[in-house]
Design a protein. Structure first.
Length: 200
């Protein structure tokens, strides 16, 4: 089983609001990303929140996600302002009690151009020892697949905004999975970028 892990804790300072709350074609990016993980075959899905966590939780629940009985859980990284590494550590820690989970597919909330096709391709057939990263024309990007055997190593090396970068760099087990034909890896950091994406 591959669990979905959505990192959605940032304040979105350049955007002016947490990107989890930003709407694209009327749908909050957090909701869009959770649906992409689910459609890509990941479950359960855990959303790691930080800035304005209560507001993002309300948005998820309004969409029927993160409610009792759903396959979507919410955890809060209290130290979210330290960077993505804090959210990744919190998210992986929340998955350790799920014995049937062999891997975690880590996705970022500000990548609306990365949908179920890329997620499914990276997650397909993953197991405890898997270590994969989506690539776009050969350039490493997201999502990232972390087999359970790698969780403690990733958590121990995740600091600041680097996330799993230092662990992945040069790791002999890392497999790049080309996704340039099914996804657009551009992140959405500013209102101008959001407008361009909406127009496209």
């Amino acid at each position: 089983m591959v669990a979905g892990l959505l990192l959605a804790g940032g304040a979105g300072r350049r955007m002016g609001t947490p990107k989890a709350l930003v709407r694209l074609h009327g749908e909050p990016l957090a909701v869009r990303a959770v649906k992409a993980l689910q459609a890509g075959g990941c479950g359960p899905v855990t959303v790691v929140l930080g800035a304005r966590a209560d507001d993002v939780t309300d948005v998820l629940r309004a969409a029927g996600l993160g409610t009792a009985g759903s396959d979507v859980g919410v955890v809060v990284a209290e130290d979210w302002d330290e960077g993505m590494g804090a959210s990744l550590r919190r998210g992986l820690g929340s998955l350790t009690h799920l014995p049937g989970t062999g891997a975690a597919l880590v996705h970022l909330v500000d990548l609306p151009g990365v949908g179920p096709e890329a997620i499914r391709r990276v997650a397909d057939g993953a197991g405890h020892s898997s270590l994969r990263r989506a690539a776009y024309d050969g350039v490493p990007g997201h999502p990232v697949l972390l087999g359970r055997d790698h969780w403690s190593g990733v958590a121990g090396s995740s600091t600041g905004d680097a996330g799993a970068r230092s662990y992945l760099a040069g790791h002999p087990a890392l497999e790049l999975v080309e996704c340039g034909d099914v996804a657009v890896p551009d992140d959405v950091d500013t209102p101008a970028q959001l407008r361009r994406l909406a127009g496209a």
